[in-house]
Design a protein around this ligand. Structure first.
Ligand SMILES: [Mn+2]
Length: 406
């Protein structure tokens, strides 16, 4: 049985208000071609299929058109889709019945635990594996309360609830289908102490507990493979058969710096072999940083190998504050390149020299001063002279009175 694992498509997303529709369209065409060529049996989509809880008509159309086209694939027998934290569970569930007639299993809201258990049949109609497809779950769905608890207690509750949920359904799956590969799906933050999360790895922190990062991979004990979504960088969690496929189309400038993948899993005798498949880049994203003339030089020599014209992130360095903005570069691009030309999707100016601030007289810290010192300073400031001995005696007696009162 051959499986593709992907997640975090974020259909409908924009890069700095510039749509990524063209890239997503090409990704879906490419994915369809790969499913056909590699004769894949099962496609797993581990959440965040849409970027917005109310996806645009065109984002929904892209997904459903892809699903309809998948019906033409002779070898592809199942698609399993779970909701991520970006998806609306109920909206994802809305076409559930019509999709199930195409062997597309959607788990948006987890109404009943049993809904998560999905049998994967092979060519001959026998069950060759089963999936426990758990969507993104907020604490209330898991019965975890986070009020008046320390981060460690909340984490322990989460770990306990997820462990029970996955273990219970593993047991049910084994009872129902016997000794076949068991696959878990989830949309969560799962990590070991070695998982080095960096900027842009995910959109919103979930299942994280202040300083304690994420759920341990041990919650998938007994499973032969766990197909996870949420972290946008493709990686394996520790030495466990627990994998993130990452997002196939970069949805931020940070993601565009690293290659994108989907994962191919082939089961033989219960053992999975995992092969990351690189997703082509259809549009490059360039980061151009420099002074005005340096940027113009960079634009003059700009070349690209991807199919679509690149997107540009521009950072113009300036020595002093200036009104001059993006216009000169815009005009230059229009003169230099025919349509479709590179597009500036983000522009900022950075001042390279600190503007000299007038020196500020250093004032003593309040905590380092005795009450009488403060009195003297305040007196000096208000009356522009030092307090007399009489003033000081009066102040001391007032202070003594105050300090001896209960
Ligand atoms: Mn995501």
């Amino acid at each position: 049985m051959k499986i593709f694992h992907t997640s975090d498509w974020h259909l409908g997303v924009s890069l700095e208000h510039t749509p990524r529709h063209e890239e997503h369209k090409r990704f879906l065409e490419w994915l369809w071609g790969e499913l056909k060529e590699k004769e894949i049996d099962v496609l797993l989509i581990s959440g965040d299929v849409f970027h917005y809880t109310q996806p645009s008509a065109s984002a929904q159309r892209d997904l459903f058109a892809f699903f309809a086209k998948c019906a033409d694939l002779e070898t592809l027998r199942h698609i399993v889709l779970i909701a991520g934290n970006h998806d609306s569970p109920t909206r994802l569930d809305a076409p559930k019945e019509i999709l199930s007639s195409l062997d597309i299993h959607v788990v948006g809201e987890l109404d009943k635990r049993e809904d998560a258990l999905i049998a994967l049949t092979g060519k001959a109609g026998d069950v060759e594996a089963f999936v426990v497809a758990i969507p993104y779950l907020i604490e209330s769905k898991l019965g975890v309360s986070t009020t008046k608890k320390k981060p460690k207690e909340i984490r322990d509750d989460f770990v306990h609830s997820f462990t029970n949920l996955y273990a219970d359904l593993l047991e049910k799956g084994k009872q129902a289908y016997g000794s076949v590969p068991a696959i878990a799906m989830g949309h969560m933050t799962c990590a070991t102490s070695e998982s080095p999360f960096s900027e842009g790895d995910f959109q919103t922190p979930i299942h994280q507990f202040q300083t304690i990062d994420g759920l341990p991979p041990e919650i998938f004990e007994g499973y032969d493979y766990a197909a996870l979504g949420h972290i946008h960088r493709q990686h394996r969690v520790g030495n466990n058969p627990v994998w993130y496929s990452g997002s196939p189309v970069p949805i931020s400038v940070v993601e565009s710096r690293s290659p994108r993948f989907i994962l191919e899993i082939e089961f033989e005798d219960m053992k999975p072999t995992i092969t990351p498949r690189r997703v082509p880049c259809w549009r490059e994203v360039f980061e151009l940083v420099g002074y005005e003339n340096e940027i113009v030089d960079l634009l003059q020599t700009l070349t690209w190998s991807s199919e679509l014209a690149p997107y540009l992130y521009m950072e113009r360095l300036v020595d002093q504050p200036t009104q001059a903005g993006v216009d000169r570069f815009q005009t230059f691009l229009e003169q230099q390149f025919p349509e479709p030309r590179p597009r500036i999707v983000a522009f900022k100016k950075t001042l390279t020299h600190l503007i000299e601030q007038p020196e500020v007289e250093e004032r003593p810290q309040l905590e380092s001063l005795a009450p009488e010192d403060i009195f003297q300073l305040m007196f000096q400031e208000k009356f522009e002279k030092t307090p007399s001995d009489d003033h000081l005696i009066a102040f001391r007696s007032l202070l003594a009175e105050l300090e001896s009162s209960p």
